[in-house]
Write a protein that binds this ligand. Structure first.
Ligand code: F0G
Length: 402
């Protein structure tokens, strides 16, 4: 395995463990190139499933049990991430007007978001290359995850957050796990710029290609849960666009290894107030134009300058998918509906159901299509939003108590 510049025209290669953040030739992001699988497809499927019956740490992790398609390490920093369920939500499906809907709930990970899938690989690599301190900029979830995994790895953790913009619950996690919090005036994009100026930190944002290696396993596991029957659509929220990039890579690799014979259409959903990628898609321009003042109730995806847009676009295009946006009001309605199914999620995750309702109403997708909505964060990640979104219900209760 090695690292390669993700710009296909450049494609400069680097050693797998070289400490480079971007291509020194063209400045683009890097990606891990995996070697062709050594086992045949049927043998791999069997092996991966068998590991679910094992308590060995690498097997018990829903990331590392797919290690034939990951960078290899003797020791890994793991919290038994992954192995998250695929659940039906009948009320949500009826509300959105789709008959074959399931949620892949990545919020049911150790720190409550999909970030753990990437962090186990990113932190393992940080430790492997001898980093002493790790850092990230975050809208909240990455910081919670980084803090937890850094604690396990015994590394110093610094997290850069947009001042006053991350949910208290997520910041509380970072504090609980012993990270140092640096508040940066402005939004996530500013915080990421500030972080990248710091020396002597190993960066663990999703521009780090090892993070995406872990996150891609969500799609390996999804396909396994579907007994390798490929769904028609996979719908995922888009912020900095790392996760959708990882999913596109997963589909490529599964197809190349002969594990699937076609790929699902990848649909990336943004919030209308933080929609540079959706805007780019609709207007057909070639380059993403960063948005100065992104604004949405879904604070996890309040991002105006998504760094991984090129990688994400590649996956969207190669799968025949598309990019769209939904309003804050639609997010609120969809989130409440997912709650009625007893599932719950954070606002950013609800963009997926909101998008499906729009798509089925406009006839853009067939009501019988097999659809997977990826829920990225746990309901308890942003309880302030629930209080506000519930109207007077919770406010009235606290008045009675007083
Ligand atoms: N959903 C949730 C719950 C998130 O926390 C994020 C990103 C996304 C979706 C979007 O994923 O950035 O890979 O496109 N949160 C980051 C953070 C930015 O700092 O926690 P993406």
């Amino acid at each position: 395995m090695h690292l390669r510049c993700s710009n296909e025209q450049c494609a400069t290669t680097f050693d797998l463990h070289e400490r480079v953040l971007s291509c020194h030739r063209c400045g683009d992001l890097l990606e891990v190139v995996v070697d062709a699988a050594t086992k045949n497809a049927a043998a791999l499927k069997k092996l991966w499933l068998e590991r679910r019956g094992s308590y060995a740490p690498k097997d018990a992790s829903g990331v590392w049990r797919f290690r034939e398609l990951l960078p290899s390490y003797d020791d890994v920093i793991t919290l038994s991430e992954g192995n998250t369920p695929l659940v039906r939500g009948q009320k949500s499906a009826d509300w959105a007007g789709v008959r074959n809907l399931r949620f892949k709930h990545l919020g049911w990970n150790p720190t409550g978001s999909f970030k753990d899938l990437g962090m186990t690989v990113g932190m393992t690599e940080a430790k492997f290359v001898g980093a002493k301190a790790v850092g990230c900029a975050s809208t909240g979830n990455t910081s919670a995850s980084l803090a937890a995994y850094a604690a396990r790895a015994e590394l110093v953790a610094k997290v850069y957050l947009p001042a006053g913009k991350a949910s208290t619950n997520k910041m509380a996690q970072a504090v609980d796990f012993g990270a140092e919090i640096v508040q940066v005036e402005g939004n996530f994009d500013r915080a990421l710029d500030a972080l990248l100026e710091v020396r002597d930190l190993y960066f663990l944002n999703s521009i780090n290609p090892f993070r995406l290696e872990g996150q891609k396993t969500a799609m390996f596991e999804l396909l396994e849960q579907l007994e390798w029957r490929v769904p028609d659509y996979v719908v995922v929220p888009g912020g900095n666009l790392g996760n959708s990039s990882a999913f596109g890579k997963a589909f490529d690799e599964l197809k190349a290894a002969g594990l699937i014979d076609r790929v699902p259409k990848l649909v990336v959903v943004q919030a209308e107030g933080a929609n540079p990628f959706a805007w780019m898609w609709r207007s057909g321009v070639e380059e993403l134009e960063p948005q100065e003042h992104p604004e949405t109730v879904a604070s996890a995806i309040r991002i105006g300058n998504p760094r991984s847009w090129r990688k994400s676009l590649r996956g969207v295009k190669s799968t025949g998918g598309f990019v769209m946006d939904v309003t804050d009001e639609e997010i609120g309605e969809a989130k409440a509906m997912i709650g009625r199914d007893g599932i719950g999620c954070e606002p950013a995750s609800a963009t997926t159901l909101a998008a499906l309702r729009k798509l089925s109403e406009s006839g853009k997708i067939d009501r019988d299509a097999v659809v997977i909505a990826v829920l990225t964060g746990h309901a308890l990640k942003d309880t302030d939003f629930i209080v506000k979104n519930s109207g007077n219900e919770l406010a009235a209760l606290s008045e009675v108590k007083a």
